[in-house]
Write a protein that binds this ligand. Structure first.
Ligand code: UGA
Length: 337
């Protein structure tokens, strides 16, 4: 199987490439990204062909690679909440427009597409567990620009689904729920809001800065270890007996429900076990601040986000196993070990 991974140099793309090269030597990857920093160790593998490409500009190369592959994973996207509120049009141009082009090439050239939707499409849905088939997608007013990511992704979900129905596009949509692991965001970047919460807290400790609990940190997420998550993605690519065709899957860990406040204390506590950051962790202050102060006034938050993973369990035979603590320890081993 020839697989095109657009955004192979990102967090998900780099972990997925690594796993495929290890476990599926009969699969070949064409990897496309603007930077190869996160996949530098894979560049010499004969099953990994890397193309440096700006997907906002170089259309010919992208279409040609789509033609050459059997399966396409368009993983390039902005996925940091601070960017949604500070640069919403960039999010629209990359996450929606650039990805729509790729989806259309898949339709035109009859390729299977495995598309990353997001837990954020459910927005502020109040269901106890978000269900792919029945939960509502609930976003806020237009002046809350945080939702431009959710809406861009939701619209693409609907477009992919409609192409599936009208033109027989073979697709699978998967929805990551707070996947965490090494290479998520840049822990060496000092700026608050430059990364998602786990990386942000590690960066805060590393730079001797306080950890900020936005609005008190009572909001709940379910953190999912990247290795577990990649296991689900590989099963989707394998697509045994076509089981993943025309399906939407939440890929998350409902057993890992945790408040952001609990997460902060867990991270500081674990960091005390590493020589490199022990003294910094011992001094790290955990403080509370308002969302408007941290993100600006067009931010709005999801208070509790838990996936139902019945579909992934039943159809893919997949179940996550790592606890949040185990996942965080692995990240710390990678950076501080
Ligand atoms: C994330 C991002 O939108 C995407 O990466 C992704 O599609 C999706 O959700 C997902 O991974 O499931 P969110 O969970 O809000 O959104 O992202 P984080 O930036 O990791 O924030 C999590 C929570 O921590 C938020 O409530 C945020 O306000 C809080 N936070 C973040 C803090 O309390 N302090 C910080 O310094 C940073």
């Amino acid at each position: 199987m020839n697989i095109l991974i657009v955004g192979a140099g990102g967090f998900i793309g780099s972990h997925l490439s690594e796993e495929i090269l290890k476990s599926h030597r009969d699969w070949k990857i064409k990897a496309l990204d603007i930077s190869s920093d996160k996949v530098s160790l894979l560049l010499n593998d004969s099953n990994f062909e890397f193309y440096k490409c700006d997907i906002l500009k170089e259309f010919e190369l992208q279409e040609e690679l789509v033609k050459q592959c059997d399966v396409v994973l368009p993983l390039a996207a902005i996925a940091s909440p601070l960017v949604y509120v500070q640069n919403p049009l960039c999010v629209f141009e990359l996450d929606f427009e650039a990805n729509l082009r790729i989806v259309r090439w898949c339709v035109q050239h009859k390729k299977r597409v495995i598309f990353p939707s997001t837990s954020e499409v459910y927005g502020m849905c109040s269901d106890q567990e978000y269900d792919e088939e029945s939960s509502n997608c609930v976003t806020g007013p237009i002046n809350k620009q945080r939702w431009i990511y959710s809406c861009s992704k939701q619209m693409l979900d609907r477009v992919v689904y409609a192409y599936g129905q009208r033109d027989g596009l073979q697709f699978t949509l998967f929805r990551p729920f707070n996947w965490i692991g090494s290479r998520l965001d840049d822990i060496y970047n000092e700026n608050n809001g430059s990364s998602r919460v786990v990386t942000q807290f590690l960066s805060n400790i590393l730079h001797g800065k306080p950890i900020n609990l936005v609005d008190g940190g009572n909001q709940i997420r379910c953190f999912t270890d990247i290795t577990d998550a990649i296991g689900a993605l590989v099963k989707i690519i394998e697509n045994k007996n076509g089981c993943a065709n025309q399906q939407i899957f939440n890929i998350g860990n409902p057993y890992n429900e945790l408040s952001i406040k609990e997460l902060a204390y867990m991270i500081v506590d674990l960091a005390k076990g590493y020589d490199k950051v022990r003294s910094l962790a011992e001094k790290t202050e955990i403080k509370e601040l308002q969302a408007a102060e941290y993100y600006g006034k067009s931010y709005q938050d999801v208070q509790r986000r838990v996936p139902s993973i019945k579909k992934a369990e039943q159809i893919l035979g997949w179940k996550p196993s790592a606890t949040t603590k185990e996942a965080i320890k692995k990240i710390m081993d990678y950076y501080f070990g």
